[in-house]
Design a binder for this molecule. Structure first.
Ligand SMILES: Nc1ncnc2c1ncn2[C@@H]1O[C@H](COP(=O)(O)OP(=O)(O)OP(=O)(O)O)[C@@H](O)[C@H]1O
Length: 527
């Protein structure tokens, strides 16, 4: 297919130059239809394994994960190649080699390999590679467009592709199968107990009344538990526990396995939150649960110090059959059949969204949840299916404290008590072009444990350190509470946050899930 961008014959495969050019064109195009068209054209020409690389690179993810290449390795590139000849496959192979380098001497070897790769790249390719390796290509929102483009190129319905991605958790993997085998490949991505699926997420509403009115249908109002999301799969006596980002944390939470083994209805998949309560029955702060879930060693003493328990709010499969397409009211009935009350989330039901007395009762439910130390409530449409992998419109969360999920762009070395620790965080909101807009800085709200943790984590993400400020790959998401937005010519968006403070680190969230800057500019009540 003809295109204004550098192309490559079918023999050699797609060049990185082509991908870099399309990435630029897509970023510059404002209409979604144009973006889809550009990508569909590229998928038309891609081989199956290239399609997977296109999807990964465009969204800024390396299939190899972290490969330990920072700014110091990239800052003095060799002269660029005169003409494009670096294919995606060759790039991937070079990155495989670089990722595999370990142990003594690996630093020097890595540098040499990176320079070899850069020497094979044209100027445009070098720029793209550098941004990719530094984590600056971040078009997370592009996944949705890429999915539609892929569906179009393969002649498959977009909904069927979306469902396959939700069941598999990986767009690159689905892309490869789809281009290799055509639409029939989608049938292979079945819902199976034992294979984690992306969980359903919620939108924000300003109040319970607004949430109920927005749904405009019978709904459940549930406690918003402040713990760690878990998806629990049981087949026979085998139990697996996964996080929101599908990591397997089974071994760290024996309590959850024990609870699942006591529960009838296997094979099943349950969706819930792991929580802990103190001696007075009040929820233990999120940070403590996160620390417990994060600790991989000496599980027995971690458990003795802070026993946790799962509380479930949904079911994705029971008795070996998927329940995701059933309306929530039927899924809730299945949960009630399988689980004793202490393993189920507290909820009340609004049968008529126009009934003032029911609305008042729902608001009172929120007040009681907050008084018990919970974070807020979720209002869920009772006739809606489980929209896995999506921020569904049928789940609305209501929280009184306004927070934003922002990305750490840099951090400053602390003074006094905080000497040797990375303290003042530079916070960025997501920009439309895949980058981030700095909104301000904060060192407030950080406990000693959080300081120690972020110093370690940001050290891993560091790309430059001038002795005062450490610039990092924009990957760590932090939840920030603030009192308002104020004008400030010092920041690029012209605004900054008033009294920003860190509520928690969110290592389970990707930077692409951070809040967009428009949300701050609109001064909409954030969630
Ligand atoms: N009853 C509940 N139903 C659904 N989710 C719940 C419930 N109680 C607590 N949660 C938690 O709230 C989250 C839903 O909010 P959202 O989709 O915005 O995810 P999030 O960005 O992780 O939210 P937040 O940062 O507010 O916890 C879930 O991922 C889950 O961890």
């Amino acid at each position: 297919m003809a295109s204004g961008t550098p192309s490559s014959g079918p023999g050699e495969g797609l060049t990185l130059a082509r991908l870099a050019a399309v990435s630029r064109e897509v970023a510059a195009a404002s209409a979604r239809s144009r973006k889809t068209e550009l990508l569909a054209r590229m998928f038309d020409q891609a081989r199956p394994e290239e399609a997977a690389l296109v999807v990964s690179y465009l969204s800024g993810r390396l299939p190899q994960g972290r490969i330990g290449v920072g700014w110091s390795t990239l800052r003095d590139p060799p002269p660029p190649a005169p003409a494009p000849r670096l294919t995606l496959a060759a790039t991937d192979a070079a990155l495989d080699t670089i990722a595999a380098l370990k142990g003594p001497g690996s630093r020097t070897a890595r540098r040499a390999r990176v320079h070899e790769l850069l020497a094979a790249a044209t100027d445009g390719e070098q720029r793209f590679l550098t941004r990719l390796l530094l984590g600056e290509v971040r078009q997370g929102a592009l996944d949705a467009v890429a999915l539609e483009a892929l569906a179009r190129a393969a002649g498959a319905p977009a909904d069927a592709v979306r469902r396959a991605v939700m069941l598999d958790g990986s767009l690159p993997r689905v892309a490869r199968a789809l281009l290799a085998e055509g639409p029939a490949a989608l049938g292979r991505f079945r819902f199976t107990v034992g294979t984690p699926v992306l969980p359903m997420l919620a939108h924000t509403a300003a109040s319970v009344t607004e949430a109920v009115r927005t749904l405009g249908a019978p709904c459940a109002v549930e406690e918003k538990l402040d713990g760690i999301r878990v998806q629990v799969h049981r087949t026979g006596d085998t139990v697996r526990v996964h996080t929101r980002s599908l990591d397997d944390i089974t071994e760290r939470l024996p309590e959850v396995t024990e609870a699942a083994l006591r529960t009838p209805g296997a094979p099943f998949i349950l969706d819930g939150e792991v929580v802990a309560v103190d001696r007075d029955g009040r929820p233990v702060p999120f940070q403590e649960i996160a620390a417990r879930v994060g600790s991989r060693t000496d599980i027995a003493s971690a458990r003795a110090a802070l026993p946790v328990a799962p509380v479930f709010f949904d079911v994705l499969a029971a008795d070996g059959a998927p329940t995701v397409d059933l309306p929530a009211r039927e899924r809730h009935a299945v949960l009630a059949r399988l689980l004793p009350p202490e393993l189920r989330v507290g909820r009340t039901v609004v049968t008529d969204p126009g009934d003032g007395a029911q609305l008042a009762a729902a608001e009172a439910f929120l007040a009681r949840a907050l008084a018990r130390g919970q974070e807020g409530v979720l209002v869920k449409a009772l006739d809606a299916p489980y929209a896995a992998g999506r921020r569904g419109r049928s789940w609305l969360k209501v929280k009184p404290v306004h927070t934003l999920d922002l990305v750490v762009l840099a951090a400053e070395w602390g003074h006094g008590r905080r000497t040797g620790l990375l303290s003042n965080l530079h916070l960025g909101a997501r920009a439309g072009d895949g980058g981030f807009v700095m909104l301000g800085k904060t060192f407030k709200g950080l406990t000693d444990e959080m300081l120690a943790w972020q110093t370690r984590r940001l050290g891993e993400l560091a790309v430059a350190d001038d002795g005062f400020t450490v610039r990092v790959r924009p990957e760590l998401v932090v939840e920030i509470a603030y009192d308002g937005v104020q004008r400030s010519p010092r920041y690029p968006a012209g605004v900054t946050l008033r009294f920003a403070r860190v509520v928690r680190h969110r290592p389970d969230k990707r930077a692409a899930e951070a809040d967009p800057v428009e949300r701050v500019l609109r001064r909409e009540a954030p969630g």
